[in-house]
Design a protein around this ligand. Structure first.
Ligand code: F6P
Length: 371
């Protein structure tokens, strides 16, 4: 017996909605805001890079793209990256796509800092052409976040942010990157999951675009995303529970008992890829946390290219981003790969976590109830 589905949009089938392509959305937004015009080709190129990464993630197994990155001689690349991780082939490929997207399509970006590079790099160096050293902006990105998820076909993501170089600070080396996230001009992420979704903020509002694989275009599926003011999901790696600070333990206990301001017992969801976990929180409401632990007092997430861009997205969608001691976007980094305890999500949830941190924050003792 055969079953025929009509997905073509005829009167008996599912009607396909006419959705605006990302390119058109960008044209309109950058026309409305003259200060963004110079960056329009950059955002277009980043969307193209996201399409390429989406494809490469899909084809990783069939094209033998798993495993450690190899040098030109076929031997594994020397050592580890700045994060102490052995670079994977996919990390190297995705980093190359992002470097080219930010540097190669216009001269707006002067330099970039990537999770995969020890130091920031000038676009002139990346493009081997001094003409690319004239831009007023710098970009930060994590080309493939959560890459250890790929082997098991779980979601991964890319994260990016763009800053205007600071007036009076020469754009070379790390200095022009060491700005608070509050100075971000734009930020976004791309989630590679059941669907590939690009989420972006260009300074106000947050919009989402789903890749239509048939036409190869990101289409405007999530207009003006607003995160629920409070939500029932919490997304923490609870395997680290014993190492969390007492206020975090108490907060998690309140979520589980249903005594938090959410007003019901919460639900745990943890993918282990930041983009996937925060996208779930952005759409459904709740809180994502990567707290400080006794062994890592600054947590795990990197401020510049993980926590700050996503905090900007959360805030512009009506949510919040906190270190537990204040707004993530107010933290000024002192080095490129600096880490920061990170809480992101619905404003009520993040506010309550901050309240627990300040109320219970002074004692070192573990409470009876939560230990
Ligand atoms: O970049 C850090 C990262 O890979 C995030 O994507 C993810 O949220 C986190 O690490 C997962 O860490 P863990 O395995 O310790 O929970």
């Amino acid at each position: 017996m055969s079953t025929n589905f009509n997905l073509g949009g005829g009167s008996k089938g599912f009607r396909k909605k006419k959705l605006k392509p990302f390119v058109r959305y960008l044209e309109v937004e950058c026309w409305k805001r003259a200060e963004l015009r110079e960056l329009e080709p950059v955002f277009q190129a980043v969307a193209e890079a996201c399409k390429q990464i989406s494809r490469i993630v899909q084809r990783a197994k069939t094209d033998d793209l798993y495993g450690d990155a190899l040098g030109a001689d076929g031997a594994p690349l020397d050592g580890t990256n700045i994060q102490g991780e052995v670079q994977q082939k996919l990390d190297v490929i995705c980093n190359t796509y992002m470097l080219r997207a930010f540097c190669g399509c216009s001269k707006a970006i002067h330099s970039v800092a990537s999770e995969e590079e020890d130091e920031p790099r000038c676009c002139a160096d990346i493009m081997s052409d001094s003409a690319f050293a004239v831009g007023d902006y710098v970009a930060v990105f994590d080309p493939l976040d959560g890459s250890k998820n790929i082997e098991a076909s779980l979601p991964v993501g890319s994260i990016f942010g763009v800053y205007r170089a600071q007036p009076g600070v020469p754009i070379d080396g790390a200095k022009s990157f060491l700005q608070t996230g509050g100075n971000l001009v734009a930020a976004g992420y791309c989630l590679f999951s059941a669907t590939t979704v690009l989420v972006i903020t260009l300074g106000s509002g947050v919009d989402g675009f789903t890749l239509d694989p048939d036409v190869g275009q990101f289409l405007h599926t999530h207009e003006d995303i607003r995160i629920p003011a409070s939500g029932p999901i919490y997304s923490f790696n609870e395997a680290n529970f014993r190492d969390f600070e007492d206020p975090v333990k108490r907060y998690l206990a309140a979520l589980k008992e249903g005594s938090s301001s959410v007003g019901m017992r919460s639900n745990a969801r943890y993918v282990g890829a930041l983009v996937a976990d925060v996208h779930n929180i952005l759409i459904n409401g709740g809180i994502y946390g990567y707290p400080a632990t006794f062994s890592n007092p600054s947590g795990k997430l990197r401020l510049l290219y993980e926590s700050a861009p996503i905090a900007m997205i959360m805030e512009n969608a009506g949510g919040a981003g906190s270190t537990g001691k204040g707004r993530i976007l107010d933290v000024k980094p002192t080095e490129i790969h600096e880490r920061v305890p990170t809480y992101l999500g619905s404003v009520e949830n993040v506010f309550e976590l901050d309240q627990f941190m300040s109320y219970y924050g002074d004692g070192d003792e573990e409470s009876e109830e939560t230990s």
